[in-house]
Design a protein around this ligand. Structure first.
Ligand code: IMP
Length: 191
């Protein structure tokens, strides 16, 4: 099955390719000649994922999926959430984003958080949503050098180390993205 993945992020495309397996051929936005930035202006992950998928569908008329992920911290009423990438500014600086989380949380004991990934799929002109969640806590200091984004401060429930201390295979056994893509794969294989 051939699907467009509404992304040009090589790292992500590789990761999703390995999660979905050989039954699928993924095309990137470059592959179908979409080179502009797709607007992400919605206030929820679902809205953003859907608007990216619709944008690509309208431009290409191909089956497509798009994803959007956010870190939702309970003590911050769900922030950074949909603003995760640009929490501390337009340049998407992960260290600055983490510092902003630390300064907003202070020394509170309430450190529950979750990562949530939403995938929007347009297949045979119909729209579907899939969700993956991993719950955990925000650490008091950064730990680990692997991964990206908020990985150095997120400890998933049931583990004692942060995502940035795990290799990708271990992260994928519990991660929000792996769970969401597992649901997508199951759906596509049955379709
Ligand atoms: P995206 O929707 O996958 O581009 O994710 C938006 C932002 O959420 C990223 O820029 C990261 O800051 C954060 N993020 C998403 N997934 C992860 C993850 O697996 N670990 C850490 N941070 C993540």
């Amino acid at each position: 099955m051939i699907l467009v993945f509404a992304s040009n992020n090589e790292h992500k495309i590789k990761e999703i390719n390995s999660l979905l397996g050989d039954s699928f051929k993924l095309l990137s936005l470059h592959d179908i000649n979409i080179n502009e930035d797709i607007p992400e202006e919605e206030h929820q992950l679902e809205g953003n994922a859907l608007s990216k998928a619709r944008f690509v569908y309208n431009a290409s008329r191909r089956d497509v999926f798009a994803d959007d992920t956010g870190l939702e911290i309970a003590a911050l009423n769900g922030l950074p959430g949909v603003h995760s990438a640009r929490f501390a500014g337009e340049n998407k600086d992960s260290s600055a984003n983490i510092e902003k989380v630390f300064s907003m949380l202070g020394d509170t004991m309430k450190r529950e958080a979750r990562f949530r990934t939403v995938i929007a799929l347009i297949l045979d002109k119909k729209e579907y949503l899939f969700e993956g969640i991993v719950t955990g806590t925000i650490a008091r200091t950064k730990k680990g050098t692997k991964g990206f984004g908020y990985d150095p401060i997120f400890v998933p429930d049931g583990k004692i180390c942060t995502f940035a201390e795990m290799d990708l295979a271990e992260k994928n056994t519990v991660s929000h993205r792996a769970r969401a893509f597992e649901k997508l794969k199951e759906f596509l294989l049955k379709h």
